[in-house]
Design a protein around this ligand. Structure first.
Ligand code: A3P
Length: 301
C-alpha cells in the first residue's frame, strides 16, 4: 500500500487520513481563536503528550490532585484530529489545543499575538527513532519495513507532519507573527523544574511551591508512564488502534539514536541536516554528555 492509503495531502501537508477532520482543515483559516487560547504545536514525536500533560497540570487543580478523571487528550485535544468530536466552541476558556500543523496553516486569529503557542522541539535523530517505533505501533500509519526505509521516508517528508526541517524552520522564522514560546525537549529532560517555571511565566500562571513540586513530580517519565490520565495507553489501544503493544512513553531519553543509526546513516543524516539547518539559530542537543552542539557539527562523543 502506498502513502496515500494512510496519509491525506492537504495544501502541501500530510495528515493522518483516517482521523483528520477535513471540514476543519478547509475552514482552518477562519477557526475562531480566543485571546486566552493556548496551542501546543509540535512536530510528531517531539514531546507532545508531555507538554499536554504539563499544561494540564499547570491549568487544572483537578489534574494535579487527580480528583478529576479527565485524560490529557480531553484537556488538550488535537485541533485537526478531533477524534472525540468535541465542540470546540462550547469549551470553557482557557482552551488548550494540540496540533502538528505547519505555520502556514495556522488560523488567522493566532496572528493577533494574543493567544499563546508553546512549540516543543527535539533533536531530529531522536525524533526519527521515536517515529520509527511509533509507525510500527499505530495501525493507521504505514508500517516501515526497516529503519533505513523509514529514514528515507522521514528525510523526504513523506510522513504525517511532513519534513521536520520545514516544520521547525517555518514556525521559527515566522515567530514574530505569533505569541510563541519555544521549549526544548532536552532542556525539559535535564531540568524539568526550570522548564515548568518557564512555561508558567509565559502562560502567566503563578503556582505555589507545593503545586510546582506536584507538577514536576507528575510530569516525570516514570510517573506519566503509570498515570492512565497521561500515558495514552487506553487511547492508543481503544481509540487510535495498534499493531503491537508499543506505547507513547517508550524510552523518553536523549541520544537513543546512537543505539540505532549506523555510522553511514548517521553521516548521511548529518549531511542533510547541515544542508537544511546550517544557518538556523536554535541549537539542538544530540546527546546528554556533549551538551549544546553547533548546528554545523552534530558530532558523536
Ligand atoms: P521516545 O519514543 O523516544 O521514548 P509525542 O508525544 O510528540 O508523540 O512524543 C513522544 C515521545 O516523547 C516519546 O519518545 C516519549 O517517550 C517522549 N516523552 C513523553 N513524555 C515524556 C516525559 N515525561 N519525559 C521524557 N520523554 C517523554
Amino acid at each position: 500500500m502506498d502513502i496515500d492509503t494512510y496519509l491525506l495531502r492537504f495544501k502541501g501537508c500530510y495528515f493522518e487520513r483516517s482521523v483528520v477532520d477535513i471540514d476543519l482543515l478547509e475552514n482552518l483559516d477562519d477557526f475562531e481563536i480566543r485571546d486566552d487560547d493556548v496551542f501546543i504545536i509540535t512536530y510528531p514525536k517531539s514531546g507532545t503528550i508531555w507538554t499536554q500533560h504539563i499544561l494540564s497540570l499547570i491549568y487544572y487543580e483537578g489534574h494535579r490532585n487527580r480528583t478529576e478523571n479527565v485524560d490529557t487528550l480531553d484537556r488538550a485535544p488535537f485541533l485537526e484530529y478531533n477524534s472525540r468530536k468535541v465542540d470546540f466552541s462550547k469549551r470553557p476558556s482557557p482552551r488548550i489545543f494540540s496540533s502538528h500543523i505547519p505555520y502556514y496553516l495556522a488560523p488567522r486569529g493566532l496572528k493577533n499575538r494574543k493567544a499563546k503557542i508553546v512549540y516543543t522541539y527535539r533533536n531530529p535523530k531522536d525524533i526519527l527513532i521515536s517515529y520509527y517505533y511509533f509507525s510500527n505501533v499505530v495501525a493507521a500509519l504505514q508500517a516501515p519495513q526497516n529503519l533505513e526505509q523509514f529514514m528515507k521516508r522521514f528525510l523526504d517528508g513523506k510522513v504525517l507532519g511532513n519534513l521536520w526541517f520545514d516544520h521547525i524552520r517555518g514556525w521559527y522564522e515566522h515567530k514574530h507573527d505569533f505569541n510563541i514560546l519555544f521549549m526544548k525537549y532536552e532542556d525539559m529532560k535535564k531540568d524539568l523544574r526550570s522548564s515548568v517555571l518557564k512555561l508558567c511565566t509565559f502562560l502567566e500562571k503563578e503556582l505555589s511551591e507545593e503545586d510546582l513540586d506536584t507538577v514536576v513530580r507528575q510530569a516525570t517519565f516514570q510517573n506519566m508512564k503509570i498515570n492512565p490520565l497521561a500515558n495514552y495507553n487506553a487511547i492508543l489501544k481503544d481509540e487510535i488502534g495498534t499493531r503491537n503493544d508499543g506505547q507513547f512513553l517508550r524510552k523518553g531519553t536523549i541520544g537513543d539514536w546512537k543505539h540505532h543509526l549506523t555510522v553511514e546513516q548517521n553521516e548521511r543524516f548529518d549531511r542533510i541536516f547541515q544542508r537544511n539547518m546550517k544557518d538556523f539559530p536554535l541549537k539542538f542537543t544530540w546527546d546528554l554528555k556533549e551538551e549544546e552542539n553547533w548546528n554545523d557539527s552534530p558530532k558523536e562523543t
